[in-house]
Ligand binder design. Structure first.
Ligand code: PMP
Ligand code: GLU
Length: 398
């Protein structure tokens, strides 16, 4: 038997967030007391009213194939949500519901990109962007940033990265992994630049919308002059603690929505009927239902920052949203415990896992080799213990 896999798959890396989570699950199964802060997933359970809507959906026999772009009631609810929360006008036929925002992003990539198209990824970027754009053969073009720039790239950097082949720019705000949030003025500046290039599409990933600590969430599609060039991606995983339900969605110009619907129709069909009904309940509710979780995340952010600040050699950013801190750990490069030499962030992550039993994700996965990502979507008790372990383990390095 020839076990040859496709060139496409050969060119893809495994998701490093999921790989680290798998590794920590394996160690836990072996009886090791590993704390995993590697996956970006709220530790809260889905709110009761959402679960009730799902139970009702089963009883009401929402158990059949669904329309490919999603139930019309859900697309209406998303259209209303876009207007209510983001002041965006997307009619229901400009909205496509998919199996998680990850699937929305995959639809965009496979439906719109061709081999050799370039996609600009301001770094640090969410781990899967780089791999998803590679599926149709497009080329990720990374723009570096650093903690001193609050992990945001400048307009001059974006401009310098644009070529005749640039087709898209992808970014998230609030950002996974840095927690940076783009202000309205910064978004306007990006929009004004991209407006000069009518063939470039902006993919604005706003899945952390409800976990932003700086006030009102701003969407780049709010600027009418650029809206035709923007795809707004969102979902219920993070804000509503619904990661397992697998519902994401996009709002886009109709030709783009139609392209994604065609792709989805051949790939997965419409997503899960019961999850759609649950998502509808979530999105029709007053968004204050997400506030309690947001407040807990904000409190944990303070806790994590104050504990991490006590660790020598760590340079911290001040994340304004999402539930990650992304410290620069480059001071530890070149150090050793007498056995293992730390050459980079990946070495440090493995050292912390093997010696401190804490699972984190290397910044290299997100396009920043100086940093590591710590998810603080865990209880205060767990966070305190995890940071104690990180501190003690790093102290072994001289
Ligand atoms: N975008 C970003 C920035 C994320 O962090 C995630 C989290 N997994 C996703 C998209 C995908 O989310 P989901 O597929 O669960 O909707
Ligand atoms: N988005 C989350 C993370 O960054 C979930 C894991 C994943 O889908 O990669 O950890």
């Amino acid at each position: 038997m020839n076990n040859q896999i496709s060139n496409t798959l050969n060119n893809l890396s495994e998701s490093e967030t999921l790989a680290m989570t798998r590794l920590s699950r394996e160690l836990i199964a072996e009886g090791k007391d590993v704390i995993s802060l590697s996956i970006g997933e709220p530790d809260f359970d889905t709110p009761e009213f959402i679960k009730d809507a799902a139970k009702k959906a089963i009883d009401d026999n929402y158990t059949h194939y669904t329309p490919v772009p999603g139930y019309s009631e859900l697309r209406n609810a998303i259209s209303t949500k876009f207007k209510r929360d983001n002041n965006l006008d997307y009619s229901p036929d400009q909205i496509v519901v998919s199996t998680g925002a990850k699937h929305s992003l995959a639809n965009i990539s496979i439906s719109l990109l061709n081999p050799d198209d370039e996609v600009i990824l301001p770094a640090p970027y969410w781990v899967s962007y780089r791999e998803i754009v590679k599926i149709p053969g497009a080329k990720p073009v990374e723009i570096p940033s650093s903690i001193d720039q609050d992990f945001k790239v400048s307009i001059a950097q974006i401009k310098a990265a644009i070529t005749d082949k640039t087709r898209m720019i992808w970014f998230s705000t609030p950002c996974n992994p840095s927690g940076s949030v783009y202000s309205k003025d910064e978004l306007r500046d990006i929009a004004e630049l991209i407006k000069e290039y009518p063939n470039i599409i902006i993919v604005s990933d706003e899945i952390y919308e409800h976990i932003s600590f700086t006030g009102k969430h701003e969407s780049i599609a709010q600027f009418d002059f650029i809206k035709d060039q923007v795809i707004t991606v969102n979902g219920v995983s993070k804000g509503f603690a619904m990661t397992g339900w697998r519902i994401g969605y996009l709002g886009a110009p109709k030709w783009i929505a139609d392209a994604c619907i065609k792709m989805q129709g051949q790939f997965t069909s419409g997503t899960c009927s019961i999850s759609q009904k649950a998502a509808q309940a979530a999105l029709e509710a007053d968004p204050v239902c997400t506030l309690k979780m947001k407040k807990s995340f904000e409190k944990r952010r303070e806790l994590v920052l104050s504990l991490m600040n006590e660790i020598p050699g760590i340079k911290l950013n001040f994340p304004k949203g999402a539930f990650y801190v992304f410290p620069d750990v480059s001071n530890y490069f070149g150090k050793s415990d007498g056995e293992t030499v730390i050459n980079n962030a990946t070495d440090l992550t493995m050292f912390l896992l093997n010696n401190g039993l804490v699972a984190l994700v290397t910044g290299e996965a997100f396009g920043d080799p100086n940093c590591i990502r710590i998810s603080y979507a865990a209880s205060e008790e767990v966070l305190i213990e995890a940071i104690k372990r990180i501190k003690e383990t790093l102290a072994l390095l001289k």
